[in-house]
Design a binder for this molecule. Structure first.
Ligand code: EPZ
Length: 427
């Protein structure tokens, strides 16, 4: 298993390219199942999860072709074509490794009138049920059966009638599955208290490019008028707002100034506001954001919330940044029940963090010290990288397969802006 070695204490400066968004790519790729025509996605990030989803689509009968990406390029162009489905089942051995596989449920149900998908099971940050996905599909007329760890969804007569559903809890994935099921339904579907994340807007825009009829894009109420078929399209994946926010936290704690090329400030309102509150200078330019560190960061009080609130996917990275702030910060995680796995690892580096239920008090210290630490989940691993970049001495982050799921060529991007960082391949 690879690990990453960092010799910290070096300020970052220069231009850093932001890749396509993982959490958009993973909901845009299953859209290929909704038509027998080719769907081409541009700016697709080179990530383990994207490769994994391509493999799942192949299993379902979708051809995937990656167009000529030069080794030095970031991102890829992938053309997918589900001319004819050869399976409507997402097996356990794939779903257990990548829970986003559940996002084939809605499109398979829409395209084929049936879908059998393994229950994803929990993960490090929480048990992450899919009850809201299933309730939304039932409200649209699907028959749902749970057996032997699998969900079997069926559209009576082969096509969903459509319906209305009010989400009791905002769920990104459930909104995505419901959207992809609704676009080919017989009638109209109304989703209330739907997720409003930029990745949902990206999904809606891609579906509209394929011929879908969706009103209320970007709002918490979506009206989808089902159509008989969708056609192919070429669509550009949005920039990754979480990757951009992660590197902003990195430069904020190491000192220096980074231009995050391709980042879209409109998707990052709460993140940029929090950075400014901590004293970080943010300059929004046409196609980039310039982030410049203060001499010393100020403490923050932050609580995660669905978009447009402060993103749960930014919590671990902000916690790492705030370990060196001038004062005590209070972070509250309201979305997932176990998203503080990075705390004991940060403490090994000298951070002073106390977890009290869903909240964590982060008391700023003068210095972090390099240490061997272990990644536990995607965003926790990035928080350890951020801390290692600022720590005095050497930090070795193990189990970085977590990192490879969400950060394209991280060490190359950081080396190019002055970090002393390298990947150690072991075995
Ligand atoms: C998506 O996960 C993202 N993943 C997550 O990013 C992100 O943290 C999350 O949205 C919240 O923004 C992808 O897009 C691939 P949810 P998702 O359904 O859809 C509960 C990362 O680091 N819930 O919005 O699984 C759930 O337990 C990953 O990139 C139910 O109770 O998140 C959680 O408490 C991590 N029943 C809350 O809702 C359901 O049926 C929000 O989950 C579904 C969700």
């Amino acid at each position: 298993m690879d690990s990453i070695l960092i010799r910290g204490g070096k300020p970052l400066s220069g231009k850093l390219p932001i890749s396509g968004a993982k959490n958009s790519a993973l909901t845009l790729m299953p859209c290929a199942l909704l038509t027998d025509e080719p769907l081409t996605l541009r700016n697709l990030p080179r990530l383990a999860d994207v490769d994994g989803f391509g493999h799942l689509l192949n299993q379902l009968g979708t051809s995937t072709m990656v167009e000529g990406a030069r080794p030095e390029d970031f991102g890829r162009v992938m053309t997918m074509r589900a001319a004819r489905l050869t399976s409507t089942e997402a097996p356990y051995d794939i779903v257990r490794k990548m829970r986003a596989s559940i996002l084939v449920l809605g499109p398979l149900l829409a395209r084929a009138g049936e879908a059998t998908v393994s229950l994803p099971g929990g993960c490090a940050i929480g048990n992450r049920p899919i009850d809201l996905h299933l309730k939304a599909l039932e409200a649209m007329g699907a028959e749902i059966e749970l057996a032997a760890g699998y969900v079997k969804a069926t559209a009576p007569g082969g096509r969903l009638p459509g319906g209305s559903y009010v989400f009791p809890v905002v769920s990104v994935g459930a909104t995505e599955n419901a959207l992809m099921a609704a676009v080919l339904a017989k009638g109209t579907t109304r989703l209330e208290n739907a997720a409003r994340e930029p990745e949902i807007v990206d999904l809606c825009n891609c579906l509209v490019a394929m011929g879908a009829r969706i009103e209320g894009i970007g709002s918490e109420t979506l009206e989808i008028e089902g159509v008989d078929r969708l056609h192919g399209a070429t669509y550009q994946v949005m920039a990754d707002r979480i990757e951009a926010g992660s590197y902003a936290c990195a430069v904020a704690i190491t000192g220096g100034s980074l231009e995050l090329v391709g980042a879209n400030a409109a998707d990052m309102g709460a993140t940029l506001a929090a950075l400014r509150d901590a004293g970080v200078a943010i300059e929004e330019k046409r196609n980039s954001i310039v982030v410049t560190a203060p001499d010393r960061l100020g403490p923050l009080t932050l609580s995660t919330a669905p978009f447009p609130g402060f993103a749960t996917d930014m919590q671990a990275q902000f916690m790492a940044m705030l370990t060196l702030a001038d004062g005590a910060s209070l972070l509250t995680e309201t979305i997932f029940e176990n998203r503080y796995m990075h705390v004991p690892e940060l403490a090994r580096m000298g951070a002073d963090i106390e977890v009290r239920g869903r909240s964590a008090v982060v008391r700023g210290v003068r210095q972090l010290n390099g240490a061997p630490v272990m990644a536990t989940d995607l965003r926790a691993s990035m928080s350890l990288i951020i801390a290692g970049l600022a720590a005095q001495g050497e930090t070795r982050v193990s189990r970085i397969y977590h990192l490879d799921r969400g950060y394209e060529r991280l060490e190359e991007k950081l080396q190019a802006v002055g970090a002393d960082i390298e990947r150690i391949s072991v075995g």
